[in-house]
Design a protein around this ligand. Structure first.
Ligand SMILES: [Cu+2]
Length: 239
Protein backbone atom coordinates (compact mmCIF):
# COMPACT_ATOMS: atom_id res chain seq x y z
CA UNK A 1 0.00 0.00 0.00
CA UNK A 2 2.73 2.42 1.06
CA UNK A 3 4.73 1.52 -2.02
CA UNK A 4 1.70 2.06 -4.20
CA UNK A 5 1.14 5.53 -2.74
CA UNK A 6 4.80 6.37 -3.25
CA UNK A 7 4.61 5.25 -6.84
CA UNK A 8 1.49 7.30 -7.38
CA UNK A 9 3.11 10.40 -5.89
CA UNK A 10 6.19 9.89 -8.04
CA UNK A 11 4.05 9.52 -11.13
CA UNK A 12 2.06 12.66 -10.31
CA UNK A 13 5.27 14.63 -9.72
CA UNK A 14 6.65 13.48 -13.04
CA UNK A 15 3.48 14.52 -14.82
CA UNK A 16 3.26 17.94 -13.21
CA UNK A 17 6.92 18.98 -12.98
CA UNK A 18 8.49 17.63 -16.14
CA UNK A 19 7.87 20.09 -18.96
CA UNK A 20 6.78 18.77 -22.29
CA UNK A 21 9.86 17.91 -24.24
CA UNK A 22 11.52 21.09 -25.46
CA UNK A 23 13.33 20.96 -28.75
CA UNK A 24 15.11 23.34 -31.08
CA UNK A 25 13.12 24.75 -33.95
CA UNK A 26 14.14 23.05 -37.18
CA UNK A 27 14.91 25.21 -40.19
CA UNK A 28 11.97 25.15 -42.59
CA UNK A 29 12.51 24.61 -46.30
CA UNK A 30 10.18 24.14 -49.23
CA UNK A 31 7.91 26.97 -48.10
CA UNK A 32 5.15 27.57 -50.68
CA UNK A 33 5.20 31.08 -52.12
CA UNK A 34 2.40 32.46 -49.96
CA UNK A 35 1.97 35.69 -48.02
CA UNK A 36 0.09 36.42 -44.80
CA UNK A 37 -0.33 39.67 -42.95
CA UNK A 38 -1.64 40.80 -39.61
CA UNK A 39 -3.07 44.29 -39.19
CA UNK A 40 -3.43 45.81 -35.74
CA UNK A 41 -7.00 46.61 -34.73
CA UNK A 42 -8.77 49.96 -34.87
CA UNK A 43 -8.99 50.34 -31.11
CA UNK A 44 -10.13 53.34 -29.09
CA UNK A 45 -7.78 52.29 -26.30
CA UNK A 46 -4.53 52.91 -28.17
CA UNK A 47 -3.11 54.98 -31.00
CA UNK A 48 -0.82 52.13 -32.06
CA UNK A 49 -1.48 50.80 -35.54
CA UNK A 50 0.53 48.67 -37.92
CA UNK A 51 0.83 45.78 -40.26
CA UNK A 52 3.25 42.88 -40.26
CA UNK A 53 3.64 40.89 -43.45
CA UNK A 54 5.25 37.48 -43.70
CA UNK A 55 6.01 35.92 -47.04
CA UNK A 56 7.93 32.80 -48.03
CA UNK A 57 11.60 33.47 -48.72
CA UNK A 58 12.43 33.34 -52.45
CA UNK A 59 14.41 30.11 -51.99
CA UNK A 60 11.65 28.63 -49.83
CA UNK A 61 13.89 28.50 -46.77
CA UNK A 62 12.07 30.28 -43.97
CA UNK A 63 10.18 33.53 -44.43
CA UNK A 64 10.75 37.23 -44.96
CA UNK A 65 9.15 39.48 -42.37
CA UNK A 66 8.21 43.10 -43.05
CA UNK A 67 7.26 45.15 -40.01
CA UNK A 68 5.61 48.57 -39.97
CA UNK A 69 4.09 49.83 -36.71
CA UNK A 70 3.23 53.46 -36.13
CA UNK A 71 1.79 56.00 -33.69
CA UNK A 72 3.19 54.45 -30.52
CA UNK A 73 1.24 55.64 -27.48
CA UNK A 74 2.87 58.39 -25.44
CA UNK A 75 1.53 57.02 -22.14
CA UNK A 76 3.70 53.89 -22.45
CA UNK A 77 7.38 53.36 -22.96
CA UNK A 78 9.40 50.61 -24.55
CA UNK A 79 11.14 48.47 -25.24
CA UNK A 80 8.10 47.20 -27.10
CA UNK A 81 7.88 43.48 -27.83
CA UNK A 82 5.78 41.73 -30.43
CA UNK A 83 4.96 38.08 -30.79
CA UNK A 84 2.91 35.61 -32.72
CA UNK A 85 0.32 34.34 -30.25
CA UNK A 86 -1.28 30.93 -30.37
CA UNK A 87 -4.96 31.87 -30.54
CA UNK A 88 -6.83 34.27 -32.80
CA UNK A 89 -8.24 37.63 -31.75
CA UNK A 90 -12.00 37.28 -31.23
CA UNK A 91 -14.47 39.66 -32.88
CA UNK A 92 -14.51 41.94 -29.83
CA UNK A 93 -10.77 42.64 -30.34
CA UNK A 94 -9.72 41.36 -26.91
CA UNK A 95 -5.94 40.83 -27.10
CA UNK A 96 -5.90 38.79 -23.88
CA UNK A 97 -7.91 36.10 -25.63
CA UNK A 98 -4.96 35.36 -27.90
CA UNK A 99 -3.46 33.44 -24.94
CA UNK A 100 0.31 32.81 -24.90
CA UNK A 101 3.06 32.81 -27.46
CA UNK A 102 3.16 30.47 -30.45
CA UNK A 103 5.54 27.87 -28.99
CA UNK A 104 5.06 24.51 -30.68
CA UNK A 105 8.51 23.30 -29.57
CA UNK A 106 7.77 23.96 -25.89
CA UNK A 107 10.58 26.39 -25.13
CA UNK A 108 8.54 28.04 -22.40
CA UNK A 109 8.92 31.47 -20.83
CA UNK A 110 11.58 30.81 -18.18
CA UNK A 111 14.63 31.09 -20.42
CA UNK A 112 14.93 34.44 -22.16
CA UNK A 113 15.28 34.22 -25.91
CA UNK A 114 18.95 34.36 -26.95
CA UNK A 115 19.01 36.07 -30.33
CA UNK A 116 22.35 34.46 -31.17
CA UNK A 117 20.63 31.06 -31.04
CA UNK A 118 17.18 31.81 -32.47
CA UNK A 119 16.36 28.12 -32.88
CA UNK A 120 16.15 27.92 -29.09
CA UNK A 121 13.59 30.73 -28.82
CA UNK A 122 9.85 30.43 -28.83
CA UNK A 123 8.84 30.29 -32.47
CA UNK A 124 6.49 33.25 -32.04
CA UNK A 125 8.96 35.48 -30.19
CA UNK A 126 9.76 37.71 -33.15
CA UNK A 127 11.14 40.63 -31.15
CA UNK A 128 13.24 38.29 -29.00
CA UNK A 129 14.82 36.78 -32.11
CA UNK A 130 15.05 39.89 -34.26
CA UNK A 131 15.09 42.91 -31.98
CA UNK A 132 12.86 44.88 -29.64
CA UNK A 133 11.35 48.22 -30.59
CA UNK A 134 12.97 51.11 -28.73
CA UNK A 135 12.58 54.87 -28.99
CA UNK A 136 15.93 54.93 -30.79
CA UNK A 137 14.63 52.93 -33.74
CA UNK A 138 11.25 54.64 -34.12
CA UNK A 139 11.61 57.28 -36.81
CA UNK A 140 8.86 59.63 -37.90
CA UNK A 141 6.39 57.79 -35.64
CA UNK A 142 7.14 54.54 -37.50
CA UNK A 143 9.05 51.45 -36.58
CA UNK A 144 9.98 49.63 -39.74
CA UNK A 145 12.24 46.65 -40.27
CA UNK A 146 12.73 43.64 -42.50
CA UNK A 147 14.39 40.35 -41.70
CA UNK A 148 14.44 36.67 -42.49
CA UNK A 149 13.23 34.07 -40.01
CA UNK A 150 14.28 30.52 -40.87
CA UNK A 151 11.82 28.74 -38.63
CA UNK A 152 8.31 29.77 -39.71
CA UNK A 153 6.25 27.90 -42.28
CA UNK A 154 3.81 29.26 -44.86
CA UNK A 155 2.44 25.76 -45.37
CA UNK A 156 -0.90 25.13 -43.70
CA UNK A 157 -0.75 22.06 -41.49
CA UNK A 158 2.97 22.38 -40.68
CA UNK A 159 3.96 22.58 -37.02
CA UNK A 160 5.53 25.98 -37.73
CA UNK A 161 2.55 27.35 -39.69
CA UNK A 162 1.56 30.76 -38.29
CA UNK A 163 -0.99 31.91 -40.91
CA UNK A 164 -4.09 31.17 -38.81
CA UNK A 165 -2.72 32.77 -35.62
CA UNK A 166 -2.40 36.33 -34.30
CA UNK A 167 0.08 39.11 -33.63
CA UNK A 168 0.30 41.03 -30.35
CA UNK A 169 2.36 44.16 -29.62
CA UNK A 170 3.30 44.79 -25.97
CA UNK A 171 4.48 47.89 -24.12
CA UNK A 172 7.65 47.71 -22.02
CA UNK A 173 5.54 46.74 -18.98
CA UNK A 174 4.06 43.82 -20.98
CA UNK A 175 0.64 45.48 -21.46
CA UNK A 176 -0.98 44.17 -24.63
CA UNK A 177 -1.41 47.36 -26.63
CA UNK A 178 -2.88 46.04 -29.83
CA UNK A 179 -3.31 42.84 -31.80
CA UNK A 180 -4.55 41.47 -35.07
CA UNK A 181 -5.08 38.19 -36.89
CA UNK A 182 -2.95 36.79 -39.67
CA UNK A 183 -4.84 36.35 -42.89
CA UNK A 184 -3.65 35.18 -46.25
CA UNK A 185 -2.89 37.85 -48.84
CA UNK A 186 -4.01 36.84 -52.34
CA UNK A 187 -1.07 36.50 -54.71
CA UNK A 188 -2.84 38.68 -57.28
CA UNK A 189 -3.06 41.67 -54.96
CA UNK A 190 -1.11 44.42 -56.73
CA UNK A 191 1.19 46.62 -54.74
CA UNK A 192 -0.20 50.15 -54.34
CA UNK A 193 2.70 51.69 -56.27
CA UNK A 194 2.01 49.67 -59.43
CA UNK A 195 -1.77 50.05 -59.38
CA UNK A 196 -3.15 52.25 -62.13
CA UNK A 197 -5.34 54.60 -60.12
CA UNK A 198 -8.90 54.93 -61.31
CA UNK A 199 -10.31 56.22 -58.05
CA UNK A 200 -8.70 57.63 -54.96
CA UNK A 201 -8.01 54.49 -52.94
CA UNK A 202 -9.39 55.39 -49.56
CA UNK A 203 -8.80 52.14 -47.74
CA UNK A 204 -5.51 50.82 -49.11
CA UNK A 205 -2.58 51.29 -46.77
CA UNK A 206 -3.60 54.30 -44.70
CA UNK A 207 0.03 54.46 -43.61
CA UNK A 208 0.95 57.09 -41.07
CA UNK A 209 -2.45 58.65 -40.74
CA UNK A 210 -4.87 57.88 -37.99
CA UNK A 211 -7.75 59.28 -40.02
CA UNK A 212 -7.72 57.92 -43.57
CA UNK A 213 -10.02 59.69 -46.03
CA UNK A 214 -12.99 57.40 -45.63
CA UNK A 215 -15.63 56.83 -48.25
CA UNK A 216 -14.49 59.39 -50.76
CA UNK A 217 -16.15 57.40 -53.51
CA UNK A 218 -19.42 57.10 -51.63
CA UNK A 219 -19.52 60.78 -50.71
CA UNK A 220 -18.95 61.98 -54.26
CA UNK A 221 -21.58 59.65 -55.71
CA UNK A 222 -24.10 60.88 -53.15
CA UNK A 223 -23.54 64.39 -54.43
CA UNK A 224 -24.38 63.39 -58.00
CA UNK A 225 -27.93 62.91 -59.22
CA UNK A 226 -28.39 59.90 -61.43
CA UNK A 227 -30.37 60.20 -64.71
CA UNK A 228 -32.96 57.76 -63.34
CA UNK A 229 -33.54 59.93 -60.30
CA UNK A 230 -33.95 63.00 -62.50
CA UNK A 231 -36.59 61.18 -64.62
CA UNK A 232 -38.43 60.16 -61.45
CA UNK A 233 -38.42 63.76 -60.23
CA UNK A 234 -39.72 65.01 -63.56
CA UNK A 235 -42.46 62.35 -63.60
CA UNK A 236 -43.49 63.28 -60.05
CA UNK A 237 -43.68 66.95 -61.09
CA UNK A 238 -45.94 66.35 -64.09
CA UNK A 239 -48.23 63.66 -62.64
CU1 LIG B 1 3.09 38.60 -26.85
Amino acid sequence: MFLAVNLLVALLLTLTIAPSHAQDAPEVDGNPNLTYNARLGNKDTTTLRGVLTITAAPDGVGVEVHVDFWDFPTEYSGPYAYHIHKARVPDDGNCTATLGHFDPYNRGMTTKCDDSAPETCQLGDLSGKHGYITAANITGNHYRCNYTDDYLSTKRGDTAFFGNLSLVVHAGNDTRLNCGNFNSVPASTPTPASTPTQQPSASLYPVGTSSPPLFIGAASSLGRTSPAAMLMALAAFFL
